[in-house]
Ligand binder design. Sequence first.
Ligand SMILES: Nc1nc2c(c(=O)[nH]1)N[C@H]1C(S)=C(S)[C@@H](COP(=O)(O)OP(=O)(O)OC[C@H]3O[C@@H](n4cnc5c(=O)[nH]c(N)nc54)[C@H](O)[C@@H]3O)O[C@H]1N2
Ligand SMILES: Nc1nc2c(c(=O)[nH]1)N[C@H]1C(S)=C(S)[C@@H](COP(=O)(O)OP(=O)(O)OC[C@H]3O[C@@H](n4cnc5c(=O)[nH]c(N)nc54)[C@H](O)[C@@H]3O)O[C@H]1N2
Ligand code: SF4
Ligand SMILES: [Mo]
Length: 762
Amino acid sequence: MSTTSVHKTACILCSVNCGIKIEVDHSTKQFLKITGDEDHPSSKGYICQKATRLNYYQNQDRLTSPLRKKADGSFEEISWDTAIKEIADKLVQIRDTHGGTSIAYAGGGGQGNHMAQLYANTFRKTCGTPYIYSSLAQEKTGNFWVHGKLFGAQNINYTEPLDDAEFGLIIGANPMQSHGLPRARRVIGEIAKDKNRTLVVIDPRRTETARKADYFLQVKPGRDAWLMSAMIAIMIKEDLIDHEFIKTHTNGFSEIKPYFLEIPIDEYCDIAGVESSLVKEVTRKMCAAKTVTVRSDLGIEMSLNSTLNAYLKRLLFLLTGNFNKHGTNHLGTWFMPIIGNSKDPEEGGRTTMVTKAREISKIYPPNVLPLEIDTDHPKRLRALFVDSTNPVLNWADTQAQIKAYKKLDLMVVVDVAMTETAREAHYVLPASNQFEKYETTFFAENMFHLRKPIFPPLEGTLDEPEIYTRLVRAMGGLDQADFSALEKAALSDQEHPGQGAFQAEYMKAAFKIPKFAQLAPIALRETLGKTMEPGAENAAFVWFGAQLYAQKYPQAIAKAGIEGKGGELGNILYDKIMNSPSGITLSKHDYEDTWKLLKTPDKRVNLAIPELLDNWLTKLPEVLQKQAKLEKEYPLNLIAGERRTYNANAIIRDIEWAKKDQEGYLKVHPDDAAEYDIEEGNAVRLTSPTGTIKILATITEEVKKGVISMPHGHGMNLGTDQDFRELGAMPNILTSSDYCDPIAKTPYHKNVRVKLEKIEAA
Ligand SMILES: Nc1nc2c(c(=O)[nH]1)N[C@H]1C(S)=C(S)[C@@H](COP(=O)(O)OP(=O)(O)OC[C@H]3O[C@@H](n4cnc5c(=O)[nH]c(N)nc54)[C@H](O)[C@@H]3O)O[C@H]1N2
Ligand SMILES: Nc1nc2c(c(=O)[nH]1)N[C@H]1C(S)=C(S)[C@@H](COP(=O)(O)OP(=O)(O)OC[C@H]3O[C@@H](n4cnc5c(=O)[nH]c(N)nc54)[C@H](O)[C@@H]3O)O[C@H]1N2
Ligand code: SF4
Ligand SMILES: [Mo]
């Protein structure tokens, strides 16, 4: 009998989550062949080279038993029961002695696995902690904060599809390599070859995307704020803005106008390192285009002025009237939002205990994490629970983190593999991987893809919903919760479908069961879940998500072709999701309707953000001065974390997955190579104010003189001891906790200042 079969699922290597079909050999657990799934609503059969090598994720070295650290620093295997009991007891003790705010959670930002977060939420509430440190809060929180000001809420679903834009402006993103939008290479290729469309790329590096562009503005690293404010000044001074749009849809234009009239355009272009005639030509062309989409990513987020950049970038499309229209930046909806909405500290919003870093979108910035632990402050963090993230490798300042983690009373890591972070923990819990359990992400706009497992869980592992449920129970979090009436109703509905007993009982539970809102995912899993096929119980929350979504957007759901009325629509949506292996389009919003998704009371955009205009835009010269000092001592700008053909964060730990660049070369301009006497493949030493790494150099004109670039996700220590020697270098040895944005605390990873020395061969 054949042991092969084909399964539909999604690629887990980036946020696009393309639909894929995997031919599997069940006897060897190998992925034999991976192709795109034409039926997936957004990827439509597209995949990139990375997905074809997912077998290296499936068949990498795995954790297979809970581990406990011994006094000598080595790990011993323990049973799940022991691990859960000891961890739960310690958490309760820390919570009851020092308060829930002494416990922090790190994670939730994975590229393919968000299902656990619903259960993690119950777990965090049981711990009494609001502190979620997330990778998202080292890139996107500046954007979210700006959304709060412009659009009235930080958790608005906003997208930048380049598909149908006449004019595409890409600032600090390299979608040809990093994607970030569905079918990226095709979309970019189409703009590039269409004579009636224009593609502009702003990047210090001549990237794969820049090479496709009609205009390439090779900005100096970190100088985008000068460039973008000059562009806005040109628009306003030359009166190229969309007055009708500004009048109909926005407030505050007269407040912002004077600030931009003050901008010395030629001087700012010069600071940015781009000819002002070129900036003017591009700006005029942009303003003349019928539709414009502006797309950006880490190049301006993990860079100087990151929160200001987020604002200026949005003004570029708002002032030209390119918002909430076909072919422009626009709003949409999530099946379930991945983020929340937070108040500013001035309005009583929450901050961290030690450094007073603000909460944005209900998450906290990784950059301050070591500072919240490694201190004698009485309110310091004492316990850290990490799930599906690898901070030691991926968050700022590796050494500061390792030092801080040693101070914790409890550190737990849930992962599929023994990571650099797991090595620091007191307990390591082995998770089933993303092809061994029901999974989903909450990234996609107006669609949802629930993935079924391909394999049973690897022996010794548990899925995260089960881990969180066990922990919550062991902490006493379910002691008061009687789910028996709900369970009876679920079983009764199963016997007599269509009577709605579960729905009715669920409404009552909110009143009858203490803390029901926080326990709901577990309640659903343990009641409705009992009527589902084994393993599917983790997806029982989809039923509730579908009810909520159906209540909120009935018309948009109908436009996507899903028919149903009232409470029935939620059930229909639920059935469709459960039975759509390729994922489904949940809703379609007419562009006029997207204005209703704004959260401002008058459904207009507030253009003026006084904090950014007064305290930042006018003070750009000071930023330059401060940076000049650093630049003198550390002459090179290191882009610390480039997306390349074969890196995918740190999701795949078997470096053999990379067909090329396993070493993770440092890119150096020929002039710099000559100055430092470097030849192709030479080892060099980079020193920043924080640390030193060794890395191999490759010589290329892709970077400007003075700019060097190394990949993200390399330097994993695949050996057993921590010597940072193996396969490429760890970028975050060089980065520092306090070199970051003043508001969002997002790191300046793209502008790390370093010295370079050639290492003479022994
Ligand atoms: N292959 C691959 N794809 C990935 C990932 C991966 O690890 N590997 N990771 C995924 C994740 S988590 C994310 S967040 C995205 C990130 O996706 P991107 O942000 O597109 O990727 P990066 O290469 O980090 O940086 C984008 C660009 O910013 C440029 N840049 C650097 N400094 C500056 C600057 O000062 N100004 C400007 N304008 N540009 C600058 C860089 O040269 C680079 O071309 O990629 C996702 N996709
Ligand atoms: N210097 C520098 N640093 C950077 C960046 C940069 O450009 N420069 N980029 C940053 C960006 S944008 C991001 S998003 C972060 C990403 O950094 P992280 O948040 O660390 O994300 P991943 O590398 O995706 O780590 C995923 C972890 O999840 C584990 N994992 C995989 N599947 C499962 C599962 O099913 N369950 C569990 N529990 N674990 C699983 C993997 O083994 C891995 O350890 O890195 C950031 N760090
Ligand atoms: S773009 Fe590539 S890495 Fe991203 S989800 Fe699609 S196939 Fe995977
Ligand atoms: Mo990211």
